[in-house]
Design a protein around this ligand. Structure first.
Ligand code: CTP
Length: 404
């Protein structure tokens, strides 16, 4: 997959700043032009000389340097590269970006740019989990900033937890996927989140799905250049950048929305669609006559969205389902893949926390075989799935090319 031709790398104050030197080395080795801004905090950990030795260009560090402004103004600097990458991104710059503060060269460039922005955060795990940081990250994602999630491990401060800068090689992978164009020209439909089946105007039967996995897949597909329609139930998540979102709150509405969005090349059914809905929905709130009243509801099955897509006359080339299992995960999931006639099925063991969690472990089942993707962030699972999809389409193209 292709990397951007040029990157403006902003290095901010984190002990992980030393890893940005390795990142520059890897980018340069792949032919990417790198220009760098070293923030005041970043300069406490590495020197402009070290950065320039690797980029082969001037390292910018001061907003009000007249010489720099003559050479290249800060507005121009913010727009020369294909992409701005902030790595490591400290909690401080994340907060400033979320608030639109521009008090140094790095933050001014970030505010003035018309180019996509990607950040790779690095900080202490308490800072990462702090409500303010999470709020700022949510705001940045809403603003279209892509986040390369940090990893979990031993920290420089001696503590253990989430917040380590993603490894330079993984940052490169994320950059590759970012609008790589590998799936440009392909249409994808993704379902995500739970459904709510109404009992009466105030009550419903639903499930614990958060939509995090489905939304991450929609985002990763869009980053790879696909034209993505995300059909989702009630979720508390922002619409991923570059994705067309349609809300469908109950199973029948979800099926109707998916059928209306066909044809597509790729379908990913990540939604936790209700299997049953109440046989009737009361038009008025059900009332209890006295405190001891019990209520018996009759449920009827809903239509299967994934199964219907797999058997549709406009069946997408690649139909991918999920399986939420609490026991005999592999056995049940294998049977489910065949029953629903999907090409690949990603099985989750939901007896442990999966719904609402930020990470996931899946067993991927296809006609070609099975593989386990160990526990990792839902964003990483999404990236792996998109990598597999890209590989599938390029392999199909090769086979077609041969037989032509
Ligand atoms: N699915 C769907 N429509 C439904 C039910 C499920 O599209 N009405 C899809 C889900 O999006 C998922 C796959 O089917 O991709 C499997 O969902 P899961 O809940 O694991 O299985 P069920 O079909 O509900 O079967 P069971 O409850 O027996 O495990």
């Amino acid at each position: 997959m292709a990397l951007p031709r040029s990157v403006l790398l902003i290095i901010t104050g984190s002990v992980a700043a030393y890893k940005s030197l390795e990142l520059i080395r890897l980018l340069k080795a792949r032919g990417v032009a790198v220009t760098s801004i070293l923030s005041k905090g970043g300069a406490k950990f590495i020197t402009p000389l070290a950065v320039s030795s690797l980029t082969g260009t001037k390292t910018y560090d001061d907003l009000f340097s007249l010489t720099d402004e003559v050479e290249m103004g800060h507005i121009e600097l913010s727009r020369v590269a294909d992409v701005i990458l902030v790595a490591p991104a400290s909690a401080n710059i994340i907060a400033k970006m979320a608030g639109g503060i521009a008090d140094d060269l790095a933050t001014t460039a970030l505010l003035a740019t018309n180019k996509p922005v990607i950040i790779a955060p690095a900080m202490n795990h308490k800072m990462w989990h702090h409500a303010a940081t999470q709020r700022n990250l949510a705001q940045l994602k809403k603003d279209g900033v892509r986040v390369i999630e940090p990893t979990e491990g031993d920290m420089a401060c001696g503590e253990f937890g989430m917040g380590r800068l993603a490894e330079p090689a993984d940052i490169i992978k994320a950059l590759e996927q970012f609008r790589s164009g590998a799936l440009s020209g392909k249409r994808a439909i993704v379902t995500s989140g739970p459904t709510q089946e109404a009992i009466d105007p105030v009550r419903y039967i639903g499930n614990r799905s958060s939509g995090k996995q489905g939304h991450a897949i929609a985002e990763a597909l869009a980053n790879a250049g696909a034209d993505v329609t995300l059909i989702h139930g009630p979720v508390l998540l922002p619409t991923p950048h570059g994705v067309t979102a349609i809300e469908a709150h109950h199973a029948d509405a979800m099926l109707a929305a998916v059928e209306a969005a066909l044809p597509a090349d790729i379908f990913v059914g990540a939604a936790a669609v209700a299997d049953w809905r109440p046989a009737t929905t009361a038009s008025q709130k059900l009332k209890k006559q006295n405190m001891l009243d019990t209520l018996t509801l009759e449920f009827v099955p809903t239509l299967d969205v994934l199964g219907s897509v797999a058997q549709h006359k406009n069946r997408p080339t690649l139909v991918i389902g999920f399986a939420a299992e609490t026991d005999q995960v592999a056995v049940n999931a294998r049977a489910k893949r065949l029953r629903k006639q999907c090409d690949w099925l990603l099985a989750n063991d939901v007896s442990t926390a999966v719904f609402g969690a930020d990470d996931n472990e899946v067993l991927v089942i296809s006609a070609e075989g099975e593989e386990t993707w160990k526990r990792q962030s839902k964003a990483d699972i999404a990236a792996k799935l998109v990598e597999k999809i890209v590989h599938h389409f390029s392999a199909t193209k090769l086979v077609k090319g041969k037989s032509a």
